[in-house]
Design a protein around this ligand. Structure first.
Ligand code: SAH
Length: 350
């Protein structure tokens, strides 16, 4: 039997491997590797989550950002980006529409926009909480002091998404300017956990300068954090960034990492991300079949969707929320799964 297949079987039994073994799976060239990994990952996701797929309504509420991450299209230095921010009323209207469509989690994502002071974020969270007491409120607004995270939590936020991006400080420094650090990103993630948030982290696959060893460290870092959600997707080139000449990550490597994550973290919430759907028209369906169990359709007003351009050719920028929900429903069903109306909390045990 193939040594790769034996390793996959061992990972499916133990939910862990040695560094050398994991690296062998990250880099395996054996042509059946991804098919075997997907089958093993799907088996374990069905044990924990059956065929259910959780949905999160994504509201991209500002593309102003004070940071200058080299890979990101909404970086402060991109003078070509047309900037927008939604009002509290706009955001509440998105939530109302989303609720009617069956969403029970709202994800408020944005750049690090100084206009949205702690006071404004808390007022916004409190307003959503008052209107939708049965919903989870997720924030994804970057690195903040611990006291700010505490204030948002006290106002009613339950979850926070903050990808670590890469778990190697040297690689992190190649992707970000000097005023940003992996140490602060990690500090944020552990603060969020201690405060009591359900935490999501993750990384880009195929980001510039990434080596297989970096991906191994990403997996090891996630094992130390034990997040509830792990969001990964391919790095996709954006023409108005310093990385405009760097190639995008691949579908195959992204699917492989998704399956490895499912086998290492059977309990985890793993989204089939928009970036995955952007590099391949069938990317999100393949992501579900490779072990993902969450999709995060866009609830932002159609007029601003193209402006929240982290990377090129982002999908679903022309569709109404209701169309998006309907289209996704059919796609998820065709892939062999079922969208449910549920907050979609993590299942640490089966
Ligand atoms: N300001 C928030 C939200 C960032 S955008 C924060 O700091 O967490 C959400 C995610 O998009 C990022 O964490 C990053 O992993 C991803 N992203 C940014 N640029 C990208 C690109 N060019 N290709 C793929 N993913 C990208």
């Amino acid at each position: 039997m193939s040594s790769i297949k034996l390793l996959i079987d061992k990972l499916a039994r133990q939910h862990d491997l040695s560094d050398a073994e994991l690296l062998a799976l990250i880099t395996a060239e054996e042509k059946n590797t991804n098919a075997w990994l997907s089958a093993a990952a799907d088996k374990i996701r069905r044990q924990y989550y059956g065929d259910t797929v959780y949905i999160r309504g994504l509201i991209e509420f500002t593309n102003y950002c004070r940071n200058n991450c080299y890979y990101c299209g909404i970086r402060a230095g991109n003078r070509h980006a047309q900037r927008y921010r939604l009002t509290q009323e706009d955001i509440l209207a998105c939530c109302r529409e989303g609720y009617a469509l069956g969403f029970r989690t709202f994800v408020l994502q944005g750049g690090e926009d100084p206009y949205f002071t702690d006071e404004r974020i808390c007022a916004l969270v409190a307003a959503i909480r008052a209107q939708h007491p049965d919903c989870a409120i997720t924030l994804s607004i970057g690195e903040k002091p611990r006291a700010s995270y505490q204030a948002y939590f006290d106002a009613g936020a339950n979850r926070y998404l903050l990808r670590h991006e890469t778990a190697d400080a040297a690689h992190y420094a190649l992707l970000h300017p000097d005023n940003m650090s992996l140490a602060n990103r990690k500090r944020c993630l552990f603060d969020l956990k201690e405060i009591g948030y359900q935490v999501g982290s993750g990384f880009m696959v195929g980001s510039p300068y990434q080596q297989p060893q970096n991906l191994l460290h990403d997996l090891r870092f996630l094992q130390s954090l034990q997040p509830d959600m792990i969001g990964i997707g391919p790095y996709i080139t954006h023409a108005q960034t310093p990385f405009k000449n760097e190639p995008s990550g691949t579908l195959a490597q992204s699917l492989r990492m998704l399956s490895l994550l499912r086998l290492l973290f059977p309990y985890a919430l793993l989204p089939a991300t928009t970036a995955l759907g952007t590099i391949d028209p069938n990317g999100r369906e393949l992501g579900l079949q490779a072990g993902a169990n969450v999709v995060m359709p866009n609830l932002s007003p159609v007029g601003v969707r193209k402006l929240y351009e982290l990377y090129a050719n982002k999908i679903c920028t022309g569709e109404e929320a209701a169309q998006c929900r309907g289209c996704l429903e059919a796609r998820v069903r065709a892939a062999g799964y079922r969208i449910v109306t549920d907050r979609g909390d993590v299942k640490r045990q089966i």
